[in-house]
Design a binder for this molecule. Structure first.
Ligand SMILES: Nc1ncnc2c1ncn2[C@@H]1O[C@H](COP(=O)(O)OP(=O)(O)OP(=O)(O)O)[C@@H](O)[C@H]1O
Length: 235
């Protein structure tokens, strides 16, 4: 289980974006996360991927409370969680070939003996041809690059995957292909997935459970509405 308990996080002192958020992503299931723009979905994705330190609350990975975030995140916990962003072009080094992009997490862990076999296996699984592997990001489409980004996220076999609007820029067939690969991970490897999307129809088809974040707060006198947690109509 990847879980966040009592998460408070934000950017400007005194105005948290998440204000006491609880969420649980069990192994082998897809939890959908929906909600209007600006309500904190990507913030939650960064906190659960250990890229952003919450102001309060805790993140646990398979029962172990995370003790550090960003560079201070324990390697074992950091590699347990893969992240795929909405904008693949902002998520890769433009100088790298797709091969190197996919290989990067293994390279960073010093697992060079696995590199070529694992990259070939992932590329085939994600439908990235040998010819595409030698190209750089500006020489491929968004969909082809996002396939490589999903391959990169899966390279070290994470136990959890956070997909932050992974398919928002993609056509229907690429969306279906990527969702199919993620579903196979869930079924065959027991991966737990947080699928963030504006597309409620996609989430209803894809996720076992959908959590909806509240809209941005509206001030009504002294009543400060709860913000950033699941609404009671969680399904
Ligand atoms: N780096 C940042 N610095 C300051 N404020 C930020 C930063 N990133 C996000 N915010 C603010 O935090 C709030 C939540 O942003 P976040 O990106 O988490 O929302 P979101 O639900 O993912 O939105 P969207 O659906 O549009 O992607 C927004 O008000 C946003 O302006």
């Amino acid at each position: 289980m990847l879980s966040g308990t009592g998460l408070v996080a934000g950017y400007r002192k005194g105005t948290p974006v998440l204000n006491g958020m609880d969420i649980e992503i069990p192994a082998g299931s897809v939890v959908g996360l929906a909600g209007p723009s600006g309500c904190g979905k990507s913030t939650l994705a960064r906190v659960l991927s250990l890229l952003q330190q919450p102001w309060a609350g805790r993140v646990s990975v398979d029962g172990a409370v995370v003790t550090g975030f960003r560079h201070a995140a324990p390697r074992e916990q950091r590699t347990a969680i893969g992240l795929v962003f909405q904008q693949p072009r902002q998520a890769v080094d433009p100088r790298f070939t797709l091969w190197r992009i996919i290989a990067e997490p293994l390279h960073a862990l010093g697992r060079s003996e696995e590199l070529s076999g694992r990259v070939a296996e992932l590329a085939e699984h994600l439908g990235v041809s040998d010819e595409l592997l030698s190209r750089r990001p500006h020489e491929v489409s968004d969909g082809q690059l996002q396939r490589a980004c999903l391959a990169r996220a899966l390279a070290v076999r994470p136990r959890y995957l956070v997909c932050d609007e992974m398919t928002a820029m993609l056509d229907a067939s690429t969306t279906a292909a990527l969702v199919r690969v993620v579903d196979e991970q869930v079924r065959d490897a027991g991966t737990g997935v947080l699928a963030i999307s504006h597309d409620e129809r996609l989430l209803e088809r894809w996720a076992h459970r959908v959590v909806r974040l509240c809209p941005a707060p509206v001030w009504e006198g002294d009543r400060r509405p709860f913000r950033g947690g699941p609404t009671p109509d969680e399904v």
